[in-house]
Design a protein around this ligand. Sequence first.
Ligand SMILES: Cc1cc2nc3c(=O)[nH]c(=O)nc-3n(C[C@H](O)[C@H](O)[C@H](O)COP(=O)(O)OP(=O)(O)OC[C@H]3O[C@@H](n4cnc5c(N)ncnc54)[C@H](O)[C@@H]3O)c2cc1C
Length: 477
Amino acid sequence: MKCAPTQTPDDVDIRSLREKYLHERDKRIHRQGQKQYVRPIGEFADNYEADPHMPVVPRDPISEDLDVAILGAGWSGILAAYHLKQAGVTSFRNIDHAGDFGGVWYWNRYPGLQCDNDAYCYLPLLEETGFMPSKKFSDGWEIYEYCQQIGKKFGFYDNALFHTRVTGLRWDGSPIDVRLIELVGNSDDKFFQAAMHMGIGYVAERQLKDMELAHSQMVAGVDMYTTLGPGPQLAMAMGSLGSVEVRLGRPDVGRDWIEKAVAMALEIDDQYGAVGAYFHLGYLELDFGTREKALAAFLAGLELVERGDTLSTTDQVAGIGCAIADTDPRYALRLLSAAARLRTPLALPVARQPWGPRVESGVQEARSALSEKESDAAWASGGGLTVDALQAEVRGHFSSRSGTPQRPAHGLSRREIEIAGLVAAGMTSRAIADKLFLSERTVETHLTHIMTKLGFSSRAQVATWIADQRRALAPEG
Ligand SMILES: Cc1cc2nc3c(=O)[nH]c(=O)nc-3n(C[C@H](O)[C@H](O)[C@H](O)COP(=O)(O)OP(=O)(O)OC[C@H]3O[C@@H](n4cnc5c(N)ncnc54)[C@H](O)[C@@H]3O)c2cc1C
């Protein structure tokens, strides 16, 4: 049996759903935080530290360079290993206190243990491994054995370090991409040297706060994803690099990268990525006083927002409000009010976002251009709009100026772009199939589609086309 890719229904507002889940999660966060947990010492220690399932075999301490130290060998660690390998990273280790892969399915062996949601959904990599759960709610032992199967099939056992409990991490303060990691644990390992790569993206940038450090991360990210070819990650990395450049006081360089992120996202039909990149471009233009350009960016972003997507709609509409606060303060206040009200049920007010102060100053600017009474009336007029009504109204209001953004003409899917990139790297279909865990036949079918869509008849033409795309997106100079 072969499963078709999941078709996500168009009318699901994934972003709002995520926010709702976060909201629910926040409600459940224990007020005592980490203090709620009991340290495994004294009478608890034996139970926690001992492995009841497998004797611990002593091993020599290890000291080595690693690209990635994956802490844990449960589903999270297994999937990290799988995706790292898929991305071509081979220098990693799963490190776990347990004696094998499995995580909770290693530790828990009590009679009657089963997963409590559908195994066909719960168990990952079923297509890739060909594994078929024996029943709807797999027994615990079956899940544990399946974890082992994955470890064997993809060669994760070669790198795994079991019965290694980590009690701390230390690094020497050097830049993060070459930092020394010392795993402090129950083994006598003195240290590991792990060149750990933090995940890149807007989040890393905000968390790191050290913009120079973030900059080196983003440059490394863009370099890495460039080698993999056009894709949403590359677009995201370029956008992140752009916003860091802006914050380092290099607005023109930053704008250039963010515009490249927009172009890349549109090129690969990554609508969600394009909305985010337009949004960053809009706020950049606002910061530099180029309001017309800001308005154009927010309007282009709004064109791509799905129906019912409250967060993306309100982000773009609030930006539009700021862009017109000087020329049309009444309408600006209506939009800023509508955006603020629509976000209230999501418990994610604009004020808590990094661009909150910019929106607040837009509100103040518009208010200062009107009397208090006029301001209050304009603000009140933003009430009662649904997200779809707001989208339609704003699009209609500016219809003469918002052009529909260019969609990619080639029509290649992300998978096809990925395969075209590997063809351009000189890989054979067999090698591509191995790398992507596909059959050679599937790769050949993708290639046929790629050539049909591009009107080509050879792999060389595909390679040249990819090289042209990369040249067009490469930084000048
Ligand atoms: C009995 C049981 C049944 C469950 N059933 C379901 C289900 O049906 N559906 C569902 O969605 N979820 C279920 N879960 C939730 C389950 O936690 C997740 O589905 C998933 O297996 C978690 O994977 P993980 O890799 O994130 O964490 P884990 O599986 O917990 O793996 C974490 C690993 O990290 C290791 N580790 C932790 N700290 C250290 C340290 N300091 N040093 C070294 N190693 C360390 C642990 O030994 C462990 O092997 C169940 C959980 C339990 C306990």
